[in-house]
Design a protein around this ligand. Structure first.
Ligand SMILES: Cc1cc2nc3c(=O)[nH]c(=O)nc-3n(C[C@H](O)[C@H](O)[C@H](O)COP(=O)(O)OP(=O)(O)OC[C@H]3O[C@@H](n4cnc5c(N)ncnc54)[C@H](O)[C@@H]3O)c2cc1C
Length: 394
């Protein structure tokens, strides 16, 4: 197997595959190191917004038909519901639908496309350490590979992130816990009492105290029920989730096996690069801090990291500076403004109850749906255009 690479990418999720697509598309030699065998499980609601669909078209040349054929797309809904403590606050219909994908099939398709573009898979290789200055990845089996650059796209529990000396306490403060289960529909213990075609967002205790929310999404085998939230309460998160299931009418929720995964929820790194290393996706904390949307931000930051390294390899430009330039013209402002909105809305919810949130959702429902889909900015609902490097051409 070829082991000479211009760029090594740790992690073949959406961020790593997007980076590999861009780099391999320009003829650079890319090694994709992935510890799991795809298709692999990933805890995820699988909701794709309009901007995620645009990113998939631009980076991977994928459209809805191809996603339905091979990418695990199983449902679309323009309607949505907002609930507070089980009571409906609002329901609406967006101009464009939300799409729902099954992550194992979706991620496997992205990986196939990156490999077809010329990236080389280093299969079932677990990265155990990264040297940012040397551009080196060391694997669990002791082997070390070097390249001119490394992209850390190894998810929320990133190993490569350690090479940047990130403040662990600060990272943990904004790390949400998330639990999600997929339940069969039925009236029995551990079953969900109704079918779900329309995505629901649930806010307020007992779902999640403080910043966070619960969701009920259509799932490929049955409704997906989840919660995410910053762990700023003394209560056990598993116990909070069981209360949430009870609120939703699930009998004997203790019989449901729980699965959790951390979600970077407002901790996008101010400096996601150092030496020869760039971090993308969850590894760099790039998740939108109000709704917890991460797939789009993984695709976008992966593509930006790839574009920045194309420039560094082709023109000798400073990789970190190029990356930051692309981030600050596209995803950073959205993350900053959605974080402000998050604190405003959750503080209002805590102090005044659901009325301000209800007013907010009712005041301009079409514009708010456009904000979620990425057609409008979190900044004052201004029209939003996403910037991509010239290297990201689909
Ligand atoms: C419960 C839950 C629900 C969510 N729902 C949604 C949703 O509905 N919509 C949405 O947009 N976002 C959602 N998200 C967020 C979204 O799942 C993530 O933001 C997204 O998966 C990030 O992509 P990524 O490529 O950065 O990381 P990942 O998807 O985590 O991929 C990282 C890859 O790196 C590999 N890896 C990890 N460590 C190593 C290692 N040491 N060596 C080699 N390989 C390694 C992993 O196997 C994996 O393949 C949800 C998250 C959670 C936790």
């Amino acid at each position: 197997m070829v082991k000479e690479f211009d760029v090594l990418v740790a992690g073949a999720g959406p961020a790593g595959c997007a980076a590999a697509m861009v780099l391999a598309g320009r003829g650079h030699r890319v090694g994709l190191a992935e510890r799991a065998a795809h298709p692999r499980h990933k805890l995820c609601g699988g909701l794709l917004t309009g901007k995620s669909m645009d990113a998939l078209a631009r980076i991977f040349g994928l459209d809805e038909a191809a996603l339905a054929l091979r990418g695990g797309l199983f449902h679309r809904s323009a309607c949505y519901r907002f609930l507070h403590q089980g009571g409906e606050l609002a329901r609406g219909a967006a101009a464009e639908p939300f799409r729902f994908i099954d992550r194992p099939a979706f991620d496997a398709l992205l990986l196939d496309l990156a490999l077809a573009r010329g990236a080389v898979l280093l299969p079932e290789r677990e990265v155990s350490a990264c040297d940012a200055q040397a551009g080196a990845l060391t694997f669990r089996d002791g082997e070390t590979l070097r390249a001119r650059f490394v992209i850390g796209a190894d998810g929320a529990n990133s190993v490569t992130r350690r090479a940047l000396g990130v403040d662990r306490a600060a990272w943990k403060r904004n790390l949400a816990a998330a639990i999600e289960v997929e339940l069969p529909v039925g009236a029995g213990p551990g079953q969900f009492p109704r079918g779900v075609d329309v995505p629901e967002l649930h806010v307020g205790g007992p779902c999640v105290p403080g910043a966070g929310y619960g969701w009920v999404f259509p799932g490929p085998r049955g409704p997906k029920v989840g919660i995410c939230g910053l762990r700023r309460s003394e209560r056990d998160f598993g116990a909070i989730f069981l209360d949430y299931l009870r609120l939703l009418g699930v009998r004997q929720p203790e019989s449901v096996p729980l699965r959790g995964h951390p979600l970077p929820y407002g901790n996008a790194l101010a400096r996601p690069s150092g030496g020869r290393l760039l971090l993308a996706g969850d590894a760099g904390g790039f998740v939108e801090p109000l709704f917890g949307e991460g797939i789009f931000y993984a695709l976008a930051t992966g593509a930006h990291a790839g574009a920045a390294l194309c420039r560094a390899l082709e023109t000798g430009a400073d990789a970190g500076r190029e990356y930051e330039g692309l981030l600050s013209r596209s995803v950073r402002p959205e993350l900053v403004w959605s974080n402000r909105l998050r604190w405003l809305l959750f503080a209002a919810l805590q102090h005044f109850g659901p009325a301000p949130l209800k007013g907010f959702v009712h005041c301009a429902p079409a514009a708010l749906a456009q904000m979620v889909h990425g057609r409008r900015s979190f900044k004052l609902l201004l029209p939003k255009r996403w910037e991509w490097g010239a290297e990201v051409l689909g």
